[in-house]
Ligand binder design. Sequence first.
Ligand code: B16
Ligand code: MG
Length: 217
Amino acid sequence: TKKGFIFDLDGVIVDTAKYHFLAWKKLAKRIGMDFSETQNEQLKGVSRKRSLEKILAWGNKTLSEAEFNQLMSAKNDDYLSYIEKMDDSEVLPDIAKTLDFLIGKGQAVALGSASKNAVPILKKVHLLDKFEAIVDGNDVSKAKPDPEVFLNASELLKVKPEDCIVFEDSVAGVQAANIAKMLSIGIGDKKNLHEADYVFKDFTEISEDFLNDIMSN
Ligand code: B16
Ligand code: MG
């Protein structure tokens, strides 16, 4: 059967978490706060707006709406300056190979990301044309763990949710896939992602046999 394979972006296709970290850290410094790697971890899969709300809560800070919006756009400008320098070498191991394998088998492939910068990033790393459908932070109103992003992707691919497979590095994203009744495949640490149906460290651990099994089920 034709299945729908839905890929998260940050943490699955590319490691942009390190750039989000630098940009949030700079912003935190501007408002007199520290920002740790552990805190950055908690922002994975979380929208830009929600991320800033969390940071302000950690620092017990309240801002006017104008100041809030100004900080969000400064953070994004800074983040985009890192994105600007990205190239194919930043695509995570075996991603391009897996995409080509699935496409070659006639499978439907989509992106399901919380980022509003998904398209420019995919262009930078030359993977944009691999995706039949793209659902990103510009298209959804409800953030993961709400399944909206993945359900939209399933609809665009014209593949039923039960026939979709989601690759995700964030806990919220795995939960969103589970709520959507899709097969969830966690990319990262088993301890963090124990709610996923399967967990792999990265795509070098995902064999063609495994993908073939999924397609024939
Ligand atoms: P932007 P994903 C998420 O992307 C990131 O994991 C998260 O850290 C980030 O805050 C969010 O995108 C919004 O990104 O500021 O570019 O709109 O993992 O869902 O692909
Ligand atoms: Mg992610």
